[in-house]
Ligand binder design. Structure first.
Ligand code: DAH
Length: 341
């Protein structure tokens, strides 16, 4: 019997030290110490022993039970510690790992150029207006003094929605002049940036959709000198001090007199090169004194008020501002191009 107890102790201790988790320990407790366990089975046979042998054997059995219980208790504590350690390791947050950088976008060169233009004019007291891209002929042509038969009204130039040529995609931002005069009373100082549409084939300088910025001032005693002073100031702020401009006579139906403003070529300094097509100058905008009939049609008395207006191509302005050589780059959205600004 003594040997049997020793075998149980050895087997139990070996099994306990190998137990992988609390469930395995519990199984071992039942197997060795439970009511139907091996140790209990041995104790049940005590009755077969001679009475004088019983105390010693009882003592030995208790020692074995105590040893197994102690080993189990220690194994349980060890397993718990191990489990806690594993959990801590699994749930560790390493705050020293460098973060994953989210790629940050930035503004398109056209938006940058427009922001700059807006700031220049807002600084001079202009309001910024927004208007419809689907426009009526009344605003796009009639009230801008462009009669039926004016070449820009031709179907080959303008996108119309109807057969009577009354509704269209606006071909210029100039209708915003009329909308401003309808909505406000002089003095008026506004710019109106936005998209315009023309039936042009895509090439290095043309696109059927492009952007313009319209500008208009109406007040008492406004002259061409104000127009030149304001536009020269804009160009210097946009392209740098000392940027040279020139004003050429031109014709627009809604201004009289009319002009176009050129900026001296940034590439060749006015000598002539491929960028300016040998001209030495790059055309930037059309402008002029608002035609008296245009004022009249909007209910403004041309004997009291005068005004000037301009319309500039935003793509051209951005191309000159950022030295971009091909208009198509602006619309292709190639990240390698856009990232440069
Ligand atoms: N709307 C003209 C165009 O698209 C540009 C223009 C010329 C606008 C003269 C004006 C102006 O306001 O006064 O070609």
């Amino acid at each position: 019997m003594k040997e049997l107890l020793e075998t149980i102790r050895r087997e139990a201790l070996t099994a306990v030290s190998a137990a992988a988790d609390p469930a395995a320990l519990e199984e071992l407790r039942v197997r060795f110490l439970g009511k139907k366990g091996q140790l209990t089975a041995v104790l049940k046979q005590m009755g077969k022993l001679a009475p004088e042998e019983r105390p010693a054997m009882g003592q030995a059995a208790n020692d074995v039970r105590a040893a197994i219980e102690a080993a189990m208790e220690k194994a349980r504590t060890d397993l718990q510690a191990k489990a806690l350690e594993a959990r801590l390791r699994a749930e560790t947050l390493d705050v020293t790992i460098p973060g994953r950088a989210e790629p940050l976008g930035h503004r398109h060169p056209m938006s940058i150029a427009l922001e700059e233009i807006k700031e220049i004019f807002i600084g001079m007291g202009f309001d910024v207006l927004d208007g419809p891209e689907v426009e009526l002929a009344e605003y796009n042509f009639d009230r801008l003094n462009a009669d039926e038969g004016h070449p820009s009204r031709d179907w080959s130039d303008t996108f119309y929605f109807d057969t009577d040529s009354r509704v269209m995609l606006r071909s210029q931002t100039s209708p915003m002049q009329v909308r401003a005069m309808d909505a406000r009373k002089p003095p008026i100082r506004i710019i109106a940036p936005g998209r315009v549409y023309r039936k042009d084939e895509v090439d290095a300088t043309h696109s059927p959709m492009f952007h313009q910025v319209e500008g208009m001032v109406i007040d008492k005693g406004v002259t061409m000198a104000d127009l030149k002073g304001t536009l020269n100031l804009m160009v210097e702020q946009l392209y740098g001090k000392g940027t040279v401009t020139r004003f050429r006579p031109h014709h627009f139906p809604f201004t009289e007199p009319s002009c176009e403003m050129d900026v001296q070529c940034h590439k060749c300094g006015g000598v002539g090169c491929p960028t300016c097509k040998g001209e030495g100058w790059i055309e930037l905008l059309g402008a002029g004194m608002v035609h008296p009939r245009v004022l009249e049609m909007s209910g403004i008395d041309p004997t009291v008020y005068s005004g000037w207006a301009f319309g500039m191509g935003l793509e051209r302005t951005a191309m000159r501002r950022f030295l971009i050589s091909d208009l198509r780059l602006i619309f292709e959205n190639d990240i390698r191009f856009l990232e440069q600004f």
